[in-house]
Write a protein that binds this ligand. Structure first.
Ligand code: ADE
Ligand code: ZN
Length: 322
């Protein structure tokens, strides 16, 4: 058996960013929207760098207009994940794209996405939980609206709150209000840090936002005292190696610090981020890690355990998945 056949726990995937290009092309045709500029000649998403990626991502997302569109998207994405033998997945959803931060509209989106997730749990045995996410470059005021959306829907399906977007815009601390509101509502917290920002960005997320997980976090490796602190505190890194290599955070898989972080006692987990954008799947991530670092089935089983323990779900769900 290849390691890619193992069951998998994924903690970091953006629902909009996981939209298969053919799905987005189909929606664009239905809505008579010309999105030809965001695809290459093979039909894959086309972008030059991370900042261009964010623009293409937002253009693709522009045809996801209704709760029904998100219902279809969720089914399509979970089918792909199940094909990688992902048995539990946490997906970031942006209230900004689901009703613009309006709580009433957001509730309808969550209902539609939750319905698709329930169906896929019955049909394909994959469990999904949702992490509403603010978009950093939309600013702290918009983030407060998204935190309110998240807080108003906290429950079985919506379990966390996070932040993605352009890490170069402002500081983690600018978003304290939104994260405090989410925490007080009972949501578990994660923020993208240490992808484009260095160790200080990771420190800020831990100190100012009091997150228990970090999206990426890999550039903590540039400060070994911070690596020790993260290991000691049990902060979990949602590492997305394929994303980092394709976006140029690291030139090659062999330069990626995931193995070094793990050796230094950091709780690392494996995810795809935005799989079709990075030509990846969870199967491919497992295969490439095995080829690059010699990891075997026992290593991946241990990483799965770390991920399940860090999952933003209740213990009853954890037991069902395990
Ligand atoms: N949103 C979607 N993918 C992202 C990434 N890799 N970094 C920051 N924000 C994102
Ligand atoms: Zn991400």
């Amino acid at each position: 058996m290849s390691v890619s056949d193992l069951p998998k726990i994924e903690l970091h995937m953006h629902l909009e960013g996981a939209a298969p290009p053919a799905f987005i092309r189909g929606l664009a045709a239905e809505k008579k929207t010309d999105l030809s500029g965001i695809f290459d000649e093979k039909g894959a998403y086309k972008y030059k760098d991370f900042w261009d990626f964010l623009k293409v991502y937002e253009a693709a997302t522009s045809v996801l207009k209704t709760p029904q569109d998100y219902y279809r998207l969720t089914r399509a994405v979970l089918e792909e994940s199940a094909a990688s033998n992902v048995i539990y997945t946490e997906s970031f959803l942006a209230p900004d794209f689901c009703g613009g931060g309006d709580v009433g509209a957001w509730r309808d989106y969550v209902a539609a996405i939750g319905q698709a997730a329930d169906e896929m749990e019955r049909e394909a045995g994959i469990v999904m939980r949702a992490i509403p996410t603010c978009v950093r470059h939309f600013g702290p005021d918009q983030a407060k609206k998204t935190a309110l959306c998240a807080a108003e829907t906290v429950g079985g399906f919506v379990t966390g709150f996070g932040m993605g977007g352009d890490e170069a815009m402002g500081t983690q601390g600018d978003f304290t209000y939104a994260f405090d509101m989410a925490r007080e509502a009972g949501l578990r917290l994660t923020s993208h840090a240490g992808e484009w920002g260095g160790p200080d960005s990771v420190r800020d997320a831990i100190r100012d936002l009091k997150v228990e997980r970090i999206g990426h976090g890999v550039r903590a490796i540039e400060d070994l005292a911070l690596v020790d602190e993260i290991a000691e505190a049990g902060i979990v890194l949602e590492v997305c190696p394929g994303s980092n290599v394709v976006l140029g955070v690291y030139p090659a898989w062999s330069d990626h610090p995931i193995s070094e972080l793990r050796k230094r006692g950091v709780k690392v987990t494996i995810s795809t981020d935005d799989p079709p954008f990075f030509h990846t799947t969870m199967r491919r991530e497992f295969d490439r890690l095995s080829e690059t670092f010699g990891w075997e089935a026992e290593d991946f089983m241990e990483l799965n355990k770390v991920a399940l323990a860090a999952a933003f779900c209740d213990d009853a769900t954890r037991e069902v998945v395990a």
